[in-house]
Write a protein that binds this ligand. Structure first.
Ligand SMILES: [Zn+2]
Length: 221
């Protein structure tokens, strides 16, 4: 298995904001409609109603936006990271068309299948940890080009599910997802956790996220 991840970010230069909270967002089921057959092309990237305005509200409130997504079709060889880049470019275009403030700062994707037992796939929190490092400290490895970058060892901290929840990097950091694996990834990095369920969506939970006193949903590993 290659210890690899795929990293994409918009064409604008990344601004390092070491004091801003980060909203880690799952992609499929949070920003766009998820399908059991995956999102395989830009034409299948269909935003969920209200997602763009919700992201804009987070941005305006001072959050940095980092998408953390498992995209096993890459290792399944259904398509490659170039396709993922095209899908993400289309997503970003749609978001900013609906609301110019709906800007994504960073996208990190694990390309592996569950059976590969990699260390970047959610529920591991490796990609959150790495995203926070890039967004808060910058990274000399940050490539301006789309492509594959080796994920270095310091970012692999295997979650110990029997310990107490780790102390967060920033008290307002948040992970939003529609699956238990998203909750686990947030828990492992100590963030507040908000789970989107059938009757909810990102737009509906924004008031909770923006409430600094809301500690998020309970999660029991
Ligand atoms: Zn992985």
């Amino acid at each position: 298995m290659s210890e690899a991840f795929y990293q994409f970010h918009p064409s604008k230069p990344l601004q390092v904001q070491d004091d801003a909270p980060i909203a880690f967002l799952d992609r499929d089921g949070v920003i766009n409609i998820g399908y059991s057959t995956y999102v395989n092309s830009p034409s299948e990237m269909n935003l969920i109603e209200g997602a763009a305005h919700a992201i804009a509200r987070l941005k305006i409130a001072g959050y940095t936006i980092c998408i953390i997504t498992n995209q096993s079709p890459i290792e399944r060889k259904l398509w490659d990271h170039h396709t993922l880049a095209e899908i993400h470019e289309h997503m970003i275009e749609q978001l900013e068309y609906i609301n110019p403030d709906a800007q994504i700062d960073l996208i990190l994707a694990c390309p592996h299948k569950f059976s590969t037992s990699c260390r970047c796939r959610k529920p591991e929190s490796t990609l959150l940890r790495f995203g926070a490092s890039i967004l808060r400290e910058g990274s000399p490895r940050l490539s301006k080009k789309y492509g594959m970058t080796t994920l270095h060892l310091p970012y692999f901290v295997e979650t110990n599910w029997f310990n107490a929840k780790p102390i967060p990097d920033h008290p307002l950091d948040v992970m939003v997802g529609d699956r238990r694996t998203d909750e686990g990834a947030g828990w492992g990095f100590g963030t507040r956790i908000f789970r989107i369920r059938n009757d909810s969506n990102l737009k509906k939970i924004i008031p909770r996220i923006l409430d600094a006193n809301d500690e998020g949903d309970d999660f029991y590993p």
